[in-house]
Design a protein around this ligand. Sequence first.
Ligand code: ZN
Length: 250
Amino acid sequence: MRLLILSDIHANLEALEACLDAAPEYDQIYNLGDIVGYGANPNEVTERSREMGSIFVRGNHDKACSGLSDLHDFNPIAGLAALWTREKLFDDHLQFLRALPQGPLSPMDDVHLVHGSPRDEDEYILMASDAYVMLAQSIVPLTFFGHTHVQRGFLLEGASQGKALAPNYKSSKGKQTVKLEVKPNTKYLVNPGSVGQPRDNDPRAAFLLYDTDASVITFYRVPYDIKLAQKKIFAAGLPERLAVRLEEGR
Ligand code: ZN
């Protein structure tokens, strides 16, 4: 099975379309949450995500933008964007977002999907030391997570020391891919990166493909029309920082 794994699209239609155009053939999409929030096309992106059909895990922005959670954990810019998004979203999409399931989900043997971390859907896995504790406790070899907007992974081979891995692309221009072989007797925590608001100093949209038969994960970076996404954010009256950060990739 070939699984397209998308996370943190954040209402960025240009980035989502670029990823889908660049994606190889796949059987199913796993969506790790934060479909909306920050970007200017919440309805279009929710509609497209629903149409494509997939397994979804809810993100903190999906909860906040649909009114399922309050905004106390949000900084002022994220809070303003969430309120704007809640106002714009069609009822049908609001209900869809409200009904999204909480991770971890287990769509297939050996794989878990979470938005934040396996122990807390809103937790950021940023520190390698935290990741290794979670890997040691994990009952499945492969967990995909989002939330940090950083494309990377952590692995634990047997009971040995953990390792952090960041895809090393040949170029910061154009579409690029990096492959990772999924080895037996090793546990992985892997983040596909963010489609719509990357924060790893690479402004290109990020996602991955997991080929379960070949046991290979392919990380992708894809350029998209950042200028157009920014123009829409300015025109919507959303905080300007949300547009500026797209070209910085952080
Ligand atoms: Zn997010």
